[in-house]
Design a binder for this molecule. Structure first.
Ligand code: HEC
Length: 341
């Protein structure tokens, strides 16, 4: 999608950069300061909102500074969070199809297609600690859940990953040329994920869904990893699919009352537990002082937070206090099994 694509193409592609990042003002009386020669632009005015995916941080900032800055600022933080949520929710669609299931025990085949409707990879932007994933759940007719995939626990922030291929993210790492098999390392010696933004020099995983018309499949810095992760839309076209198809074989235990209902949710989280734990552990284990010592001449005291804590610990505590960066659900679909097709 080109940056300057005319709004007329909305009908063809669904969205443009502007329709998501500069949505039309809801107020019919909205006007640009400078009117065009034809007269008023009332009711047709893109707001310079430029929301990203971060629906979590505005709430943290509001908690920390909101009352000091006054009600207007608190309202602005809330508005920023809802703009991010609204935009995320129009950025992808999910389709779910199930095979027939005649009896239990048996195996139910579920196929899920996730389509990227944004103008860039999804997720996008500042990628560290950010991820999107498919979370599935299967229930018997009585409502009891008997199977889960990539289940998220909101009380701990832990994502139980059984399908890494349905966790959409880029994992950058540090190249270890000295290893017996040289590789892009993303975990430390204790197996903990690393997020060394400035030191990273390689890409270990990038299964973020390409945008419509994406041609970067041969580009070392842009290509999806593993190589070939997204097929060409037509052989030889060089254009990669802007959707992802995942298949699940769901074991249905004996005695499960039919029909079985499967729920598929696409979820997005801007700050994962692994990321916040890493920031905290780095600060604590390296005993990074809680005062600003970045510049020897500029030992400015920190403006916020207790001096007794490193910033990593403080950030972690804010993450816990604000619901652990609650995931935003981009799409939520359900289907029930049929006895035969
Ligand atoms: C369907 C809605 C949609 C469309 C269309 C869209 N975007 Fe986005 N954009 C998003 C969402 C949602 C995010 C946040 C995704 C994420 O970072 O995980 C985002 C993130 C971004 C970011 C990063 C912002 C940040 O906080 O890091 C930039 C820059 C951006 N988009 C530019 C563009 C451009 C340029 C286009 C057109 C080529 C475009 N967008 C089209 C929804 C859209």
């Amino acid at each position: 999608m080109a940056l300057d694509e005319p709004r007329g193409d909305l009908a063809r592609f669904g969205e443009t950069c502007q329709s998501c990042h500069m949505p039309q003002a809801p107020e019919p009386q909205a006007r640009a300061c400078q009117q065009n020669p034809q007269g008023s632009r009332a009711g047709n005015l893109g707001i310079h909102e430029f929301a990203g995916a971060n629906a979590w941080m505005p709430g943290v900032l509001s908690n920390l500074y909101g009352s000091a800055l006054g009600p207007n600022r608190q309202q602005a933080f809330a508005q920023a969070a809802s703009a991010a949520t609204a935009m995320l929710q129009r950025s992808a669609s999910v389709q779910l199809t199930l095979s027939p299931l005649a009896a239990a025990p048996g195996t139910l085949q579920a196929s899920v297609r996730v389509t990227n409707l944004a103008g860039h990879k999804l997720p996008s932007g500042y990628s560290e600690g950010r991820r999107m994933w498919l979370e599935l759940e299967a229930r018997g007719a009585g409502g009891q859940v008997f199977w889960r995939s990539n289940a998220y626990d909101a009380t701990t922030g832990a994502l139980a990953i059984d399908r890494d291929d349905a966790v959409y993210e880029v994992k950058q790492g540090i190249w270890n040329a000295a290893a017996p098999v040289p590789s892009c390392e993303t975990e430390d010696a204790q197996g903990r994920p690393m997020f060394h933004f400035a030191r990273n020099d390689c890409i270990a995983k990038d299964n973020r869904i390409p945008p419509r018309g994406f041609r970067g499949g041969a580009d070392l810095e842009l290509r999806p990893l593993p190589i070939g992760r997204y097929p060409e839309t037509a052989p030889g076209s060089g254009v990669l699919a802007h959707w992802d198809d995942r298949a699940y074989a769901i074991p249905v235990p004996a005695g499960t009352p039919l029909p079985v209902t499967v729920q598929a949710r696409l979820r997005h989280q801007v700050a994962t537990r692994e990321y916040l734990e890493f920031l905290r552990n780095q600060a604590v284990e390296r005993a990074i002082p809680s005062e600003n010592l970045m510049c020897a001449d500029d030992r400015a005291p920190l403006a916020t937070g207790p001096r007794t804590q490193t910033r990593g610990q403080f950030a972690y505590d804010q993450w816990v206090a604000s619901g652990r960066s609650p995931p935003v659900t981009l799409a939520d679909v359900q289907r029930s099994s049929t006895p035969a097709r």
